[in-house]
Structure formats: C-alpha cells, structure tokens
Design a protein. Structure first.
Length: 454
C-alpha cells in the first residue's frame, strides 16, 4: 500500500493564555486483498500458530456493543454523505469503531458538560473498565480453528515538558491497555509514532506523522483485521457484469457463490431493501445492505432507517421475528442465497472541519471550543487548557474472493438438509449502489461504507 500523508494540524486563532490543543486524527483502512497466491496460502499456518498464543476471546459486554453500535448508526449518515470524503466514484469507507475508541480514551480526560456530551454521543456514561476491556478482548482474542486475525492497540504519547494526571495515565494503561511514552515532541517522535502505527497494522498503514509547535499529547489507536471468508468465492466463477451506478453503468468483475442456510433479511412491508451477511471463519462478517432502486440515499442519510435496515436481526444465525409498526417490518430467515458481489476498492479521507461539524451537529460542542472545553483530567496542571482542535479520518477497503484484511489507526494530539434436484434460491445480485458493514464475531461494526459507482 502506498504511503499516504495526512495533515493533522489546522490553523486556530491564537490566544494570549496558554492553550493545549487536542488534535484528533483518525486514519482507518479495510483491505480485502489479492485473490489466491502466496498471501492466502503460505501464511495460513503462520496465522494459526500466532493465534494459538493469544488469550481466548471473550465477547464484548452488551452495554459496550450497544454503545459502539448506536454511535455507528448516529454518526454514519454524517460521514457516508460527506462529499469531500468521497473517492472519485462517490464512494465512502468509514470506521466508527476506530473513531469510538479514540474518543472514548479522550473522554476519560474530560469533565463536566464536556464529558457528559461525549458520553451521550458514545454511549459510555455507564461503562466501566471491564466493559472497555471486553471490547479489546473481543477484537484481540483467539477464535479456535480460525485463520482470521483481528487486533486493536492503543498508545499515548506525551511531550516530556508536560505531566499526565495519575488517574488519566492509569486509566489509559489499565483499562485501554495503552503504551505510554514520554519524550520530546520533535521529528524523531513523529517518526516513532509512524513506525508504531505501521507495526500495529502490519505495514498496511504507513502514515507520515508530523508534529508542530504546541503539540504535547498524541493518543493513537490502531485496529487491524485479517479476515478469511468461511466459504471463499471461487475466482473461476467471477465474471464481467454491469454495475448500474448513480452516474452510469460500468463493467465490473462480479464474484458469485451459492450459500446454503444464509440469513436473508428484507423490508417486509415495502421492499425498500434486502441484506445478507457473508461470514468470516471467526464468526465476523461483511454485511451487504442492498437498497431497492431509488432508496439508497434515504437509508444512507437517515439514522433511524440505517439502524432499522442494517441492524435489525443482525447476527441472528437462524433469522428472527420482530414486532414493528406499519412500514417498519422485517423478515429474516435462513435460505439458499446466490450472492453476486462486485470486487471493489475505496480510499476515503474525512476532513477535520467537516468531522468536527458533524459531531457538533450530534451534540458534542464544548469539546471543540477553547475556554469552554473541560479536559482538565488529562494533565496534572490546572494551568493547561485543553480542547479538541481537529479530527481526521482516512480509510481504505478492497474486496475480492478470499477474505478481508483491515487496518485502522486513531491519533489524538494535544497542543497548548439434501437439496432438491433443482433448488429454489434467492438471487442476491449487487449490481446497483449498496451499503456494507464489516463486523466482529459479536457484531461490533469496525467499518461501514457506501458504494455508489464502480
């Protein structure tokens, strides 16, 4: 993957009193990589061997899953419709889990109204240390017999002229398992941060981190996932077919596989969408939400409809029945499904100004305002006035026949039965704009995206 440089520093009006700016940058990437070849074969034994040394995974607590999921549904419409983040085809890839983890760490250093606003958005107000640990265990832990690998890591870097508060430092280390480094904030420190990110994403991401005068704290989160399909697509079955995008038709490589017992969910009242989840061998999945023609934008841009269409009965192996008011019914049942899914690649970068505006729209306002933000629990000195100065996310996803390989980092800087002879099956053909979610085995959404054109 080519090195991508992200500018994490945006000009702010200078204040006479000393300000310590928290600059939060998020770069996330999901990668479903090369078909066949050495990457998919020679490394399998190595991955299984590495996984044997991991502690067994334990599920994230319900409260944590609910917090991350609700944050996903509330924030995704803002990011999936952010035009500046769209690639040349109008497609977007967003990592709500990486954003959530970064902001959750920053929230531990907040107080007063600033903290309550962040807790309200993240759903973290009632979470305790073991809740956060359960999420890390769910992502980092061992799933027996799986070739898939997922990991999340955190680090906190502080300019050695400043001192973290004891409570904040302890929370970051003990609850979030973060590496804590105190060092001069200079070019050498920036290079160390870049190397840390590359190491924890297995070189999937190699950003060129820069530090400027006044930066005093960096919080970095990485999320990495190397998922292998439980039932890989056969490259020999991939054909060239037409994708009917918003801007016109395009000929694309279309993968194909018949899945027996796959849960097929759909709008039971108005047929505005249908959905399947393609499983990884560790229990995670890539969920494909296919809106009916003319309904893509209304789902992608609306929290309630996105939650309904993407989240109802998600992860239910045998389907489910849901009581719903008229117009909100969902039918979900296992059946024989012929999935036809295009291969695709997306690169996205979310600009800081629009990202902050999105969170302000969602109710987090104080954290971004000098003199109003209360991040006093982050450092030991009450003379330091902290505020969140910028948040940037960049992502990548590539999809094909064999599996999913994903990586993300978040950086926060502080500155001042037998089948019939002819079986009937559902034809799930993704030949028009669609949405997707890449989830962990307990349905924590790591990535959410929108594909408009190919």
């Amino acid at each position: 993957m080519s090195t991508t440089t992200f500018d994490f520093h945006h000009a702010r009006q200078r204040e006479r009193k000393r300000l310590v700016r928290i600059t939060a940058g998020i770069i996330a990437a999901a990668l479903l990589v090369i078909a066949g070849g050495v990457w998919w074969t020679a490394g399998d034994g190595r991955l299984i061997g590495m996984n044997l040394f991991k502690p067994a995974a334990r599920p994230a607590t319900t409260a944590t899953i609910d917090g991350v999921s609700e944050f996903t549904y509330r924030s995704s419409p803002e990011f999936l419709t952010m035009e500046s983040a769209q690639d040349p085809n109008g497609n977007v890839n967003y990592s709500p889990a990486s954003m959530w983890l970064a902001l959750a760490i920053a929230t531990q250093g907040a107080d007063g109204t600033t903290r309550s606003q962040m807790n309200d958005l993240l759903g973290t107000g009632s979470l305790e240390a073991n809740d956060y640990r359960s999420l890390l265990s769910s992502i980092n832990g061992r799933y027996n017999g799986s070739k898939s690998e997922m990991s999340a890591a955190n680090s906190l870097w502080v300019d050695n002229r400043y001192t973290l508060s004891d409570d904040f430092k302890a929370t970051v280390k003990d609850t979030f398992g973060a590496d804590v480094e105190s060092l001069p904030f200079n070019d050498a420190a920036a290079k160390r941060m870049s190397r840390w990110i590359a190491s924890h994403t297995k070189d999937a991401l190699k950003p060129d981190i820069t530090l400027r005068d006044g930066d005093v704290i960096s919080i970095i989160n990485t999320v990495y996932a190397d998922g292998r399909w439980k039932d890989p697509f056969d490259p020999e079955a991939t054909t060239t077919e037409t994708f009917h995008g918003e801007d016109g038709d395009a000929e694309v490589p279309m993968m194909q596989r018949l899945f027996d017992g796959m849960v097929w969910a759909r709008d039971n009242d108005n047929d505005t969408w249908q959905r399947v989840s393609i499983p990884f061998d560790n229990g995670g999945a890539l969920t494909i939400l296919l809106p009916a023609a003319g309904h893509f934008d209304e789902i992608a841009s609306d929290t309630q409809k996105l939650r309904w269409a993407l989240g109802t009965c998600l992860g239910e192996e045998y389907g489910c029945a849901v009581d719903a008011s008229a117009g909100w019914g969902v039918s979900s049942n296992p059946t024989l499904v012929n999935v036809r899914l295009p291969k695709f690649t997306i690169d996205s970068t979310f600009a800081s100004g629009e990202t902050i505006a999105a969170f302000e729209k969602l109710g987090v306002t104080d954290a971004f305002t000098p003199g109003t933000a209360d991040l006093s629990k982050m450092t030991a000195s009450s003379a330091d006035e902290l505020f969140i100065g910028s948040i940037i996310q960049g992502t990548r996803i590539e999809v094909n026949e064999n599996g999913a390989k994903a990586a993300a980092f978040t950086k926060v800087d502080a500155k001042s039965g037998s089948a019939p002879a002819q079986p009937k099956y559902v034809e799930f053909t993704v030949d028009r704009p669609f949405l997707y979610a890449l989830t962990t085995p307990d349905d924590v959404p790591l990535f959410v995206g929108a594909v408009r054109n190919l």
